[in-house]
Design a protein around this ligand. Structure first.
Ligand SMILES: [Zn+2]
Length: 356
């Protein structure tokens, strides 16, 4: 089956301007590499998310404020926006297409016999209900999941967040919701933005046990990630039995990323994609969605996104590392074993599989 890629040039308006680490040339650079690397693929145009769709997650007053601000104004800070996320004219509309791409990718997988789709630009996981932060204004991951739950009859969704940063927005939105099992592998929040996502944060009320934070040590390598995926993600997915897996996260766990200190190689990204495919094939007839948005080394970003797609779609694509690996491929493995034990200890009252 050829990979299904949901992409619109409209998302190129999602650009924070000169000097900011999040620029929109990432999208065109990735699409150029993707189109030249794949023998065959299918591209689908996303829709522009409506107010009603955004309101699955976001407050109307917040949406209206972003709309008003994007109308030619330039906002560096306000009560609904952190200073690292300065809205530029045109961004609000582009963000709607990113949300639309994530929703479209999930709907294609949910409604057709296409088991896998990629939403380009998605994974804006720091956005809260009425607050923009961490380069994210609308939380497409949460809208995408709530759209399936509320409008398409889904009952159990697993979100796997492999971005280097903890997905604090998504975590907060689903913290009391047992319909969504949120598993988040990210760099130890003692050492990286947003400073939350500790192993003891496991959800509240009915959602207790349905938030799983796995803080990876700085330097965490391919083997460390593989260990965490095998010992946390795979068994929990088997026990929770989701109907679909939504994985978000781009290239920022790469060892050469400029904002982070993790240690994945391109082959490590491929491995992450492969694990998601294998687990999805075991638990939910292969239904999985990849949302790709992050990454701050522009040499690494296109091949790392492609590596994720190659692993998740099961494609044999050659990957060439542009930088020399500064650490060993088992870097951080011992510390990751300790973290995994801590995660299991906190959650074993909620999950049988973690008692072993
Ligand atoms: Zn990130």
């Amino acid at each position: 089956m050829v990979p299904t890629i949901v992409y619109s040039d409209e998302i190129r308006g999602y650009d924070f301007g000169p000097g900011h680490p999040f620029r929109s040339d990432r999208y065109a650079n990735f699409m150029r590499l993707l189109r030249s690397s794949l023998d065959a693929h299918r591209e689908i145009e996303p829709r522009c998310a409506s107010d009603e769709e955004l309101m699955l997650v976001h407050d109307k007053a917040y949406i209206d404020a972003l709309l008003a601000a994007s109308d030619g104004a330039w906002l560096r800070s306000s009560s609904f926006m952190s200073p690292d996320t300065p809205l530029q004219p045109g961004m609000e509309r582009a963000a709607r297409f990113i949300v639309g791409a994530s929703m479209t990718a999930a709907e294609v997988v949910w409604k057709s016999d296409t088991p896998h789709a990629v939403g380009v630009g998605g994974g804006l996981h720091h956005a809260r209900r009425s607050y923009a932060a961490g380069f994210c204004i609308y939380n497409d991951v949460a809208v995408c999941a709530l759209n399936l739950l509320q409008n398409h009859g889904a009952e159990r969704i697993l979100i796997l967040d492999t971005d280097a940063h903890a997905g604090d927005g998504t975590c907060h939105i689903f913290y009391r919701d047992p319909r969504v099992l949120f598993i988040d592998l990210h760099q130890d929040p003692h050492t990286l933005y947003p400073g939350t996502g500790f192993a003891y944060e496991i959800g509240e009320d009915k959602g207790r046990g349905f938030t799983v934070n796995v803080p990876m040590p700085p330097g965490a390598s391919d083997q460390a990630y593989e260990y965490a995926l095998d010992h946390i993600f795979a068994p929990l997915a088997e026990e929770f039995h989701p109907q679909i897996i939504i994985r978000n996260g781009g290239s920022d766990p790469h060892f050469a990323d400029e904002l982070t200190d993790l240690g994945l190689t391109l082959e490590g990204f491929r491995m992450v994609g492969e694990k998601v495919r294998q687990v999805a094939e075991r638990v939910c007839e292969g239904r999985r969605v990849d949302l790709l948005g992050s990454g701050y080394n522009q040499t690494v970003l296109p091949p790392a996104w492609l590596a994720l797609v190659a692993g998740s779609a099961g494609l044999d694509i050659k990957l060439k590392e542009a930088f020399r690996l500064p650490i060993s491929t088992d870097s951080g493995l011992d510390e990751t074993r300790r973290v995994v034990e801590e995660v299991k200890k906190n959650l074993r009252g909620h999950w049988r599989c973690l008692r072993m």
